[in-house]
Design a protein around this ligand. Structure first.
Ligand SMILES: NC(=O)c1ccc[n+]([C@@H]2O[C@H](COP(=O)([O-])OP(=O)(O)OC[C@H]3O[C@@H](n4cnc5c(N)ncnc54)[C@H](O)[C@@H]3O)[C@@H](O)[C@H]2O)c1
Ligand SMILES: O=C(O)[C@H](O)COP(=O)(O)O
Length: 578
């Protein structure tokens, strides 16, 4: 029972069809349930002030107006993954927790992918209506088998690897591209990980996408990628619309350059009349479903139970499992910990964006084993759980949609484990006595990856010592603001926030002017510039590299970044958004 006082039981509004299994748990907890399906926006606005909790799927628009009108609301629960229909930032401002169910429909989405793959392979989409129209067209619909074919997966996460496990049963050869994949889980699913998307394209008989829709995946399959695929290749998307350029896919299908497609998700849902999306859906080589990936009885039970349990937990004053917007710290820790939570979260995000950047041609060198060392006064903290959670959140944020990975105090360890991330926390008391600022050091260690094995072998063959390639980021807090004091081999000092451009260059005349000129041409405003020299170098000692860190007013597009690299310009550049 949630309500143990004489106060009336908390009220829960359910304006959409949510599976009854979870709702029973709410009743058992003594909550007062109101299932009112089909409310108009005005009706919702009128009755919401009465409710403590709101449970929705994707149809109810939980706008800022609704949230502002809701005087008692403590939680909005989305029975599913996507929270596109909830104004999460308005909810956060008002202290309303938004929870979802990031795992409840994985199997359903994976099985739907397999269903589309088989439907496309055997022309089920066309053959069924043909037969229903009274035709008997056997020779027109000769298909292909899955056995022995190559299935290429982009995004070897929860859904991607579930698809791989099922496809193994068909005798398919499975390759995947995911620079952040849990290598052990991928190997256990018999998936061969490739370093670049380009390696997948010409090899794929079936090509399926299971990434979040984020900056690095938006439009990731364009005319250029399609042109590199076999004309017989079949493309599947049960993740999110927007990852495939729909106009390019339509053109490739019409030109016979792609064999077919199975699509569950679209750039706009439902599609606009006469839009490219609609033409694609109507195309004879396309099998299409109206976003049914999660629409199974079992998945709906799972997500319903998952979010209803969280509603019970929140109304009882506890932290939920999967809050999209839960704070990483408890109110009583806020003053002391918040600046460091921000620092560590941003260090994690900087790590992923800086060391894992250049995704489309393969992440540079992303690792998953970390030492997180607290120095100075931080070393005597009673609990570092919020800092651990902040690191997991920061590492994953640039490669996830916010609703796909919800990291908080309750689930941080579990999420890290699922993603194959290993974090060893250490305390160093060296600077404690001097009242010195608290430093945090993030050291990414080499795990036994294929590229590492190759490097070790090359070094051994050349008779040299094994290469040391630890990646280090160090930061501190001053006046509640996070700063970076070291990146890799470079001594730095810059504020960690906003949009940054980090360039590695030879420390010679003209580089700063060159980069400034290119950014000026691209209409990018520079707010600060900081040079980070090598940590152990002296003038004229031949160690002449430096980092150039620029604060800029907007994210810089890929073409501009590429234009910076070259003999006149810089060796490497990464764009960071914090
Ligand atoms: N159609 C549906 O009804 C339905 C149902 C469930 C999930 N989904 C969608 O399926 C997608 C996958 O869900 P999930 O639970 O497997 O997510 P997940 O977070 O477990 O896996 C996503 C994977 O994508 C990888 N990734 C991120 N950026 C990448 C990039 N640029 N290139 C290659 N890989 C990259 C990540 O490392 C991760 O391993 C999400 O978009 C989710 O919203 C759709
Ligand atoms: O985000 C999700 O959970 C899936 O895309 C399914 O959404 P749905 O609950 O609207 O079917």
């Amino acid at each position: 029972m949630v309500s143990i006082t004489n106060a009336p039981p908390a009220k829960v509004l359910i304006p959409e069809k949510v599976s009854p299994d979870g709702l029973q748990a709410l009743r058992d907890a003594g909550l007062d349930l109101h299932e009112k399906h089909g409310l108009s926006a005005d009706e919702l606005l009128k009755i919401i002030p009465d409710y403590d909790a709101l449970i929705v799927r994707s149809e109810t628009k939980v706008t800022a107006d609704v949230l502002n009108a809701a005087k008692k609301l403590k939680v909005v629960a989305r029975a599913g993954v996507g929270v596109d229909n909830v104004d999460v930032s308005a909810a956060t401002k008002l202290g309303v927790i938004v929870v979802n169910s990031p795992s409840g429909n994985i199997n359903a989405a994976a099985e739907h992918t397999i269903a589309l793959m088989m439907a496309v392979a055997r022309h089920i989409g066309e053959a069924c209506p043909s037969l229903k129209a009274g035709k008997w067209e056997r020779s027109k619909f000769v298909g292909v088998e899955l056995k022995g074919k190559t299935l290429a997966i982009v995004g070897a996460g929860k859904v991607g690897l579930t698809v791989a496990r099922i496809a193994n049963g068909f005798g398919m050869n499975i390759i995947a591209y995911d620079p952040y994949a849990n290598r052990a889980l991928a190997a256990a699913a018999s998936v061969t990980l490739k370093d670049t998307l380009d390696e997948l394209l010409p090899a794929a008989d079936f090509f399926t996408i299971h990434t979040p829709l984020i900056a690095s995946t938006k439009g990731m399959i364009s005319a250029t990628e399609l042109a590199k695929m076999k004309p017989t290749a079949r493309i599947l998307n049960v993740a999110r619309g927007g990852m495939i350029d729909e106009a390019a896919l339509l053109e490739a299908l019409n030109a016979g350059k792609i064999g077919g497609a199975g699509l569950d998700v679209f750039a706009s849902e439902p599609p606009q009349p006469d839009s490219v999306t609609e033409q694609l859906i109507r195309h004879p080589k396309v099998v299409a479903t109206p976003h049914l990936g999660a629409s199974t009885v079992e998945a709906q039970e799972n997500v319903s139970i998952d979010v209803c349990e969280q509603v019970i937990s929140i109304l009882a004053g506890n932290l939920p499992r999967s809050a999209v917007n839960a704070p990483l710290i408890l109110p009583e820790e806020y003053r002391t910990l918040q600046p460091f939570v921000l620092l560590v979260e941003r260090m994690g995000s900087l790590y992923t964006q800086h060391y894992g950047s250049n995704l489309r041609v393969g992440g540079k060198d992303f690792r998953t084993t970390f030492d997180l060392t607290y120095e100075g006064s931080l070393a005597s903290l009673n609990t570092t759980k919020p800092l651990f959670a902040a690191l997991v959140k920061g590492l994953l944020a640039p490669i996830s949609a916010p609703e796909d990975v919800t990291v908080n105090l309750v689930n941080a360890e579990l999420v890290a484990k699922e993603r194959g991330i290993l974090i060893n926390e250490q305390r160093s008391r060296e600077n404690e006595e001097e009242g010195f600022s608290s430093f945090v050091t993030l050291r990414a260690r080499i795990s036994r990856s294929a590229s590492h094995a190759r490097e070790q072998a090359a070094a051994a063959a050349a008779g040299g010592p094994p290469p040391v390639r630890d990646q280090i980021i160090q930061g501190y807090v001053s006046a509640n603001t996070p700063y970076i004091s070291r990146i890799g081999r470079f001594r730095a000092d810059f504020q960690l926030g906003g949009n940054l451009l980090i360039c590695r260059n030879f420390d010679s005349c003209g580089r700063i002017g060159f980069v400034g000129g290119k950014l000026g041409k691209a209409n990018v405003n520079i707010s600060f510039m900081s040079v980070a020299p090598l940590e152990h170098s002296a003038p004229g000692d031949g160690n002449d590299e430096a980092l150039m860190i620029l604060g800029v007013d907007k994210t810089i597009d890929e073409a501009t970044v590429q234009s910076l690299i070259g003999d006149e310009g810089v060796l490497e550049a990464s764009v960071i958004t914090l």
